[in-house]
Design a binder for this molecule. Structure first.
Ligand code: SF4
Length: 213
């Protein structure tokens, strides 16, 4: 069953058959892993919402916390800490004591997809959770990490995907109170190839700080 309207998260959701079957397989191979839908992290009344793609196999899927435990979170948490959004610069485990400040992190798809590639139907099915979360939060700024996250945010707002074009550094008025800012995803590939550098990411967070005041 797809998410009920207004439901932000369901820990036992199995609405995507391919992902539910994949997670069962992962649980067999890695019984110590979370291997289930990964909840958002951070306070619901935060003014900044960061939307990524989906949990990584040995990161969020293992630890149960977004961008925690693998390379994808290295630049993100460093930068969050530098700009006062995180209590520590490193996110290693769900019980490491790190807290987010005025910031919440979620994913467009809450379950680990094979090869990190959710199919369109899965993005659509999980979008109800994101839509409900955005409605409950009413964030001032949403940072989209990558085009799939950008498109999921538009879908959650009921906007045509062609209405706002994704580009790194682009800013869009999502509605009267929410600004959408696009960034390349802070993946290992993008940071190691320097498609996304610490300077570029820092510049975006400096702008976010200016917007939040
Ligand atoms: S990806 Fe989302 S909708 Fe699909 S099974 Fe996981 S939590 Fe449910």
């Amino acid at each position: 069953m797809p998410p009920e309207p207004h439901e932000i998260f369901a820990a036992d959701c199995r609405a995507c058959p391919r992902l539910a079957a994949f997670l069962e397989d992962v649980r067999t191979k890695h019984p110590e892993y979370h291997a289930a839908p990964v909840p958002s992290f951070g306070p619901l009344d935060a003014r900044l919402l960061i939307v990524g793609l989906a949990p990584g196999m040995h990161g969020a899927n293992a630890t149960g916390r977004p961008f925690t435990g693998d390379y994808a979170g290295v630049l993100l948490y460093q930068t969050l800490h530098e700009h006062g959004f995180a209590s520590a610069p490193e996110s290693t485990r769900a019980d490491d004591g790190l807290e987010l400040v005025d910031c919440r992190i979620t994913n467009a798809v809450k379950c680990l997809p094979p090869q990190n590639k959710p199919i369109t139907e899965e993005i659509r099915t999980c979008n109800g959770f994101l839509a409900a979360e955005m409605t409950a939060m009413q964030p001032r700024v949403i940072l989209a990490l990558g085009k799939i996250a950008h498109d999921a945010i538009l879908r959650a707002k009921g906007l045509p995907l062609s209405s706002l074009r994704f580009a790194h550094g682009a800013e869009h008025e999502l509605d009267a109170q929410t600004r959408l800012i696009d960034s390349y995803h802070c993946s290992r590939y993008n940071t190691q190839t320097r498609r996304l550098t610490p300077t570029m990411f820092n510049e975006l967070f400096a702008r976010i700080r200016t917007h939040l005041g």
